[in-house]
Design a protein around this ligand. Structure first.
Ligand SMILES: [Zn+2]
Length: 254
């Protein structure tokens, strides 16, 4: 209640408050490592995805000439309740996303929304499990995301991640333009696979999607750890994505 006492609401006026665990250690959130190459803190999964997506969108707006010619609407959407399945009024499984997108397409012809979806591409950005040197066997031998190895592309044949061969190929073109390295993650097939908002939005909207993330340790713990270069790579990738997607899709041969 000491935090509440610092707010304009007196403790005896509060009707309810969310309760969450936080570390009180002074260095619980810090840039750390011998070369300042790591970030420690709570809820990096998925504040990193949120921060890099929104920053990438803002950075992309600096290219005035490109923006004035862009026929697409650039969107960064951040959702609550992903960790418990997204089934909530404000979660990715709600109708809200489609409502927003339909409203943006309104005023056009009758099938404007459906046509816009078929020309769109969604990047689902959520943190990825880095391979821990003490637990290497937890990862497939050839799918071990490393710190400072670039943005992780997550694939699962059961579509727990929404990545397909085509969406992966499209992102490779964008990553090359951004000069951002990509690395691959596939969960061991004797291990259950986590999921993200990617497959949910992809299925609800019929929207081609890729799942990516920045490598991290200690996911969902009170003190998670990620790499600073991953944040830089993700921002660069998302900025280039917003700036180049229409051209990449129109030049793509299948
Ligand atoms: Zn998570």
């Amino acid at each position: 209640m000491s935090k509440l006492a610092m707010s304009p609401i007196a403790p005896n006026e509060a009707l309810t408050a969310p309760l969450m665990s936080i570390s009180k250690h002074p260095t619980s959130s810090a840039i750390t490592g011998a070369h300042n190459e790591f970030i420690c803190g709570a809820r990096l999964d998925n504040l990193v995805g949120t921060y890099t997506a929104v920053t990438g969108l803002i950075e992309s707006l600096k290219d005035d000439a490109g923006l004035s010619k862009d026929m697409n609407i650039r969107i960064a959407a951040c959702f609550d309740n992903e960790e418990c399945g997204s089934e909530s009024a404000q979660g990715a499984a709600s109708a809200v996303t489609e409502w927003f997108l339909r409203r943006m397409a309104s005023g056009g012809h009758a099938s404007a929304f459906e046509e816009a979806v078929s020309k769109s591409y969604l990047i689902s950005a959520d943190q990825a499990h880095a391979c821990h040197p003490n637990y290497r066997a937890k990862h497939e031998e050839n799918h071990q995301p490393m710190f400072h190895g670039g943005v992780v592309v997550k694939t699962n044949v059961n579509q727990r991640y929404a990545t397909t061969g085509i969406t992966h190929a499209i992102l490779k073109v964008i990553a090359e333009k951004a000069q951002v390295p990509l690395q691959n993650f596939v969960v061991r097939n004797d291990s259950p696979c986590g999921s993200t908002v990617g497959p949910i939005l992809s299925a609800k909207l019929g929207l081609q999607t890729i799942d990516v993330g920045t490598a991290q340790f200690a996911m969902h713990s009170i003190r998670e750890m990620t790499d600073t270069s991953g944040v830089m790579h993700a921002i660069n990738l998302f900025t280039t994505f917003y700036n180049t997607l229409p051209g990449v899709l129109s030049n793509f041969k299948m």
